[in-house]
Write a protein that binds this ligand. Structure first.
Ligand SMILES: Cc1cc2nc3c(=O)[nH]c(=O)nc-3n(C[C@H](O)[C@H](O)[C@H](O)COP(=O)(O)OP(=O)(O)OC[C@H]3O[C@@H](n4cnc5c(N)ncnc54)[C@H](O)[C@@H]3O)c2cc1C
Ligand code: FES
Length: 275
C-alpha cells in the first residue's frame, strides 16, 4: 500500500501534562483533523524504534486544524513521544482504522479504563452533537491518574468516575461503576437503541461486554493490539472474529480497532488476540 496519502509531517503545538504519568500532544495536521472520525487512530514515528506507535485520536480542533493524542509511558517509544516539545516535527500516519458506529443509537454509554479512556472523548462529543443521550463510566487506578475530567464532564450527560483505591465517585472497577448507575437512566431508551462503547484492558472489555449483553444493549469494543504497519499489510495485529460459518482473522488496524463485542473471540487469558 502507498502510505504517501496517509503520511503527514506534524508540527507539535503543545505538550500538556494531564497527570503524573500522562501527557497530551496537540499536533497541527490540517488534512487529518478534517478527515478524522471518532474511534480512529494515528501511528506516530519516534526516535527510539523503527516502528511507529499507535495512539487513539483523542481530540480534534477544527479552528486550530489540529488533532491531539494522549499517552502514558509504556516503553521507549512512548517515553520518546512524551518528550516532544512545541516546535518539534514528527511524521504521522492517519487517520487509520474503522471507528465507533454510533449513529443508529439513542444513547451511548462510554466505558473506559487505563489508556483506553483516550479513545472516548471524540465519541462522546460527536454523540452529544447528534443529540444522543451520553453516559460515561471511567476507571482509574487512583485519583491522581484522573485525566481530561473537564472534557468528559462537558460531553457526558452523566459521568461516573471510578477508582480502585478510592477518592472518586465509586471505589472498585468499572463494573462496579456500571452497577452503580441509576437503573432509570439505563431504561430511558429501548435496549437495542443503547450502545455500550468500551476501550481498556481486554479482561475489562470482556466483562463490560457480558454486562451489556445481560442488559440487551449493543456493545462495541476498541481493541489495543501491538501493531507494526498500522494499515493492513503486515498482519501483526490479527485477531479472531466470528463469522456465519465459524471464525476468521481480522486486522485490528484495518477492520478495527472497533469491533462488535459479540463478534470478538476472547482468548482464554482474557486477551482478544492470539500472541
Ligand atoms: C489502536 C490503538 C490505540 C492506542 N491508543 C493509545 C492511547 O491513546 N494512549 C496510550 O497511552 N496508548 C495507546 N495505545 C497503546 C500504545 O500504542 C502502546 O502503549 C505503545 O505502542 C507502546 O510502545 P512503547 O515503545 O512505549 O512500548 P514497548 O516497549 O513497545 O512495549 C512496552 C509494553 O507495552 C505493551 N504494548 C506494546 N504495544 C502495545 C499495544 N499496541 N497495546 C497494548 N500494549 C502494548 C508491551 O506488551 C509491553 O509490555 C494504543 C494502541 C492501539 C493498538
Ligand atoms: S499492524 Fe500491520 S496489518 Fe495491522
Amino acid at each position: 500500500m502507498d502510505t504517501g496519502r496517509l503520511e503527514q509531517t506534524a508540527l507539535v503545538l503543545t505538550n500538556v501534562r494531564l497527570s503524573p504519568v500522562a501527557v497530551l500532544l496537540e499536533l497541527r495536521l490540517p488534512e487529518m483533523a478534517a478527515a478524522a472520525r471518532p474511534g480512529q487512530f494515528v501511528m506516530l514515528a519516534n526516535r527510539r524504534s523503527y516502528l511507529r506507535r499507535p495512539l487513539a485520536i483523542c481530540g480534534v480542533n477544527h479552528d486550530r486544524r489540529s488533532l491531539s493524542v494522549a499517552m502514558e509511558a509504556k516503553g521507549a517509544g512512548t517515553r520518546d513521544l512524551m518528550e516532544l516539545a512545541h516546535g518539534d516535527r514528527i511524521t504521522v500516519l492517519g487517520p487509520l482504522g474503522r471507528g465507533w458506529r454510533f449513529s443508529d443509537f439513542d444513547a451511548v454509554i462510554a466505558v473506559g479504563g487505563g489508556t483506553g479512556v483516550y479513545a472516548l472523548p471524540t465519541l462522546l462529543e460527536a454523540a452529544q452533537a447528534a443529540r444522543q443521550n451520553t453516559i460515561c463510566v471511567l476507571g482509574f487506578r487512583e485519583r491522581s491518574r484522573l485525566v481530561l475530567e473537564d472534557r468528559f464532564r462537558a460531553a457526558a450527560d452523566t459521568l461516573l468516575l471510578v477508582s480502585e483505591l478510592g477518592g472518586l465517585d465509586v471505589t472498585g472497577n468499572v463494573l462496579d461503576g456500571l452497577r452503580a448507575l441509576d437503573p432509570r437512566l439505563l431504561q430511558r431508551h429501548a435496549p437495542e437503541r443503547t450502545l455500550v462503547a468500551c476501550c481498556g484492558p481486554a479482561p475489562m472489555m470482556r466483562a463490560v461486554a457480558d454486562w451489556a449483553a445481560q442488559q440487551g444493549f449493543a456493545c462495541q469494543v476498541s481493541l489495543e493490539e501491538r501493531m507494526a504497519c498500522g494499515f493492513g499489510v503486515c498482519r501483526t495485529c490479527a485477531c479472531r472474529v466470528r463469522t456465519d460459518d465459524g471464525w476468521t482473522y481480522e486486522r485490528v488496524c484495518h477492520e478495527g480497532p472497533v469491533f462488535d463485542a459479540a463478534d470478538v473471540i476472547w482468548e482464554e487469558d482474557g486477551d482478544a488476540c492470539e500472541a
